[in-house]
Design a protein around this ligand. Structure first.
Ligand code: PEP
Ligand code: MN
Length: 337
């Protein structure tokens, strides 16, 4: 349910409505808009009667939210959400580029890649310190030491950093060192992790699960918002299909679909989406054209020796070339880069 406040509603009236919602055992989420404030109502205690709120001072109308997802829905908030990572605004006019290695391996590797992607035009540095690997014998990431290297790279380049938390335990460290917390595809429905990052003070980059439907994806984001963290960036990274020529099938149609029904920004990850270096640039161009708010791209200075995801990693030169193309595409779709 959504309580829409009048344009001239006072802060006191807004608080009064929030209290009226909370005394009934529900949660009130004030969503300030350009025109007026709306208050989203969530909770699992059963139905809350609209008339109980309709008569309160400052209330314009009470409208039922028809989708299962509430806070992520455009029904609840019509304007696009801008998520700020460091000082980078995601969801605004700028096409945001996140680039970096799949995994942080060494200080030298991370600094070299960070400097290269920064000079090519990247806005945010990525790098995994906790890696969710299919095999327990594969490189699992450097853990806290890797996060320290990322923080050092931020210091050296000014780029904000994003890294994955693979479980509830690793969130504290990722939150401490990074500017945004990634929740990976394999964890999209790890509900305790979603609730924990929902309490975090940093933005969350939520990747779509390997076979998640649109509704499941949005419901996972809903978990995070329901805990009070509204800074969520969605990310399409390909889904499993019968198609056998790429690692995953990049579902670009989800971008305009999400834009219609949600106010949250959405990124595209053409690296995991294709798994092949030669397909990353074409799919990046397509993702930009289809309206993605940003791209997250794996870049390695020595891809053939990368400890993870080398086959899908671009060289810094390939990344720079791609940025040149994206700079031509961005203005056509009303974006800056
Ligand atoms: C990653 O970004 O390195 C990663 C593991 O992504 P995903 O969770 O999409 O597989
Ligand atoms: Mn990877």
């Amino acid at each position: 349910m959504l309580v829409v406040m009048r344009k001239d509603a006072t802060a006191e009236q807004i608080r009064g409505v929030q209290e009226a919602i909370e005394v009934r055992g529900f949660k009130a989420h004030a969503i300030p808009g350009a025109q007026r404030t709306a208050i989203g109502v969530t909770g699992n205690k059963g139905a809350l009667e609209a008339p109980a709120l309709e008569g309160l001072p400052g209330v314009l109308e009470v409208i039922p939210v028809t989708h299962a997802y509430k806070l992520v829905s455009r029904e609840v908030k019509t304007e696009n959400t801008i998520v700020t990572v460091g000082e980078v605004e995601v969801g605004g006019p700028e096409l945001v580029l996140v680039a970096g290695p799949c995994a942080v391996e060494t200080v030298e590797q991370t600094l070299a890649i960070a400097r290269a992607v920064k000079s090519a035009g990247a806005h945010i540095l990525r790098g995994g310190a906790f890696k969710p690997r299919t095999s327990p014998y594969s490189f699992q990431g450097l853990g806290e030491a890797g996060l320290r290297i990322l923080a050092e790279a931020r210091e050296a380049t000014g780029l904000p950093v994003v890294s994955e938390a693979i479980d509830v335990e690793s969130v504290d460290l990722v939150e401490k060192y990074c500017d945004a917390i990634q929740v990976g595809a394999r964890n999209m429905q790890n509900f305790s992790l979603l609730k924990r990052v929902g309490k975090a003070k940093k933005p969350v980059l939520l990747k779509r699960g390997l076979s998640a439907t649109l509704e499941e994806f949005l419901m996972s984001a809903e978990y995070i918002l329901a805990e009070g963290n509204y800074a969520v960036i969605l990310c399409e990274r390909g889904v499993r299909t019968f198609s056998d020529f790429s690692r995953n099938t990049l579902d670009l149609a989800i971008v305009p679909t999400v834009k219609q029904i949600s106010h949250l920004p959405i990124f595209v990850d053409p690296s995991h989406g294709t798994g092949r270096r030669d397909k990353v640039a074409p799919l990046s161009r397509a993702a930009a054209a289809v309206g993605a708010d940003g791209l997250i791209i794996e870049v390695h200075n020595d891809p053939n020796r990368a400890l993870s995801d080398g086959p899908q990693s671009l060289t810094p030169e390939m990344f720079a070339e791609l940025v040149t193309d994206l700079r031509k595409i961005a203005p056509v779709i009303g974006r800056t880069l």
